[in-house]
Design a protein around this ligand. Structure first.
Ligand code: CDP
Length: 225
């Protein structure tokens, strides 16, 4: 069976990957897989057990968990073992722990296997940290999406404020820097730009401009594929 066309978007925390990937997928009629939501789901499930973090527990839960996505308007709803966790996986508790969970090799093994399975089902956009380097290294269309840390903190802060949460911008920025450091320095599948990825600094670009740039690149690469 011929595989679908895979678009791989990687980049640091808060670069806007999920907003961009969701819009680009809708415009192209592709499926969208938010791989960060998958690591967040494992972390949520671990917190639900009430037990402290351990690599063994995280690995076991990652093998057992059933994660599914359902797009609903501008939302990409996430379900864990049948329970909706779309909002719950964005909590501060999950965000604070997710990079430790995502560094566990057994967790990555289980998630990557699932991502490859979903990616083989048709045309798809995946966003994450290791899509172009590890999950789909043969993707003909890779983007490394980033922005200055100040701009990423500003965007994330606005998102939280829109949800009615109080925001401490200095703390938000420090948290983003710390998560990027963990994601870039871990041994298994660290965040880095794939050699053949197109680097896109979105600090001074609007969402529509970024989506447009990705659609243009995808069209060029599809002609070549
Ligand atoms: O949306 P945000 O930038 O806050 O992050 P996310 O995409 O939801 O990812 C949350 C965390 O999951 C990251 O900080 C990584 O630790 C981990 N992750 C990963 O290790 N590999 C991926 N492919 C995607 C996410």
């Amino acid at each position: 069976m011929k595989n679908g066309f895979v678009i791989a978007i990687d980049g640091p925390a808060g670069a806007g990957k999920s907003t961009i990937a969701r819009k680009a997928a809708a415009a192209l009629g592709f499926a969208y897989i938010d791989t960060g939501a998958m690591y967040r789901s494992v972390t949520w499930k671990l917190l639900q057990t009430g037990q402290p973090f351990s690599p063994e527990l995280a690995g076991r839960l990652a093998r057992e968990i059933r994660i599914s996505f359902r797009p609903e308007g501008s939302l990409n709803c996430v379900f864990v073992d049948g329970t909706e966790v779309t909002e719950a996986i964005r909590s501060a508790a999950v965000t604070g722990l997710v990079s430790r969970v995502a560094a566990v090799p057994a967790v990555r093994e289980a998630m990557v296997a699932q991502q490859r399975r979903m990616g083989r089902e048709g045309d798809v956009i995946l966003d994450g940290r290791d899509i172009g380097t590890v999950v789909f290294p043969d993707s003909p269309c890779k983007i490394y999406l980033t922005a200055s840390v100040e701009e990423r903190a500003r965007r994330r802060g606005k998102e939280l404020e829109a949800k009615g949460q109080a925001v401490d911008y200095d703390k938000l920025q420090a948290d983003i820097v710390s998560r990027d450091k963990q994601d870039m320095e871990r041994e298994t599948s660290p965040l880095k730009q794939a050699e053949d990825a197109v680097y896109l600094d979105t600090s001074h670009m609007s969402i529509d401009e970024v989506v447009g740039a990705i659609l243009k690149l995808a069209a060029e690469r599809r002609l070549r594929a």
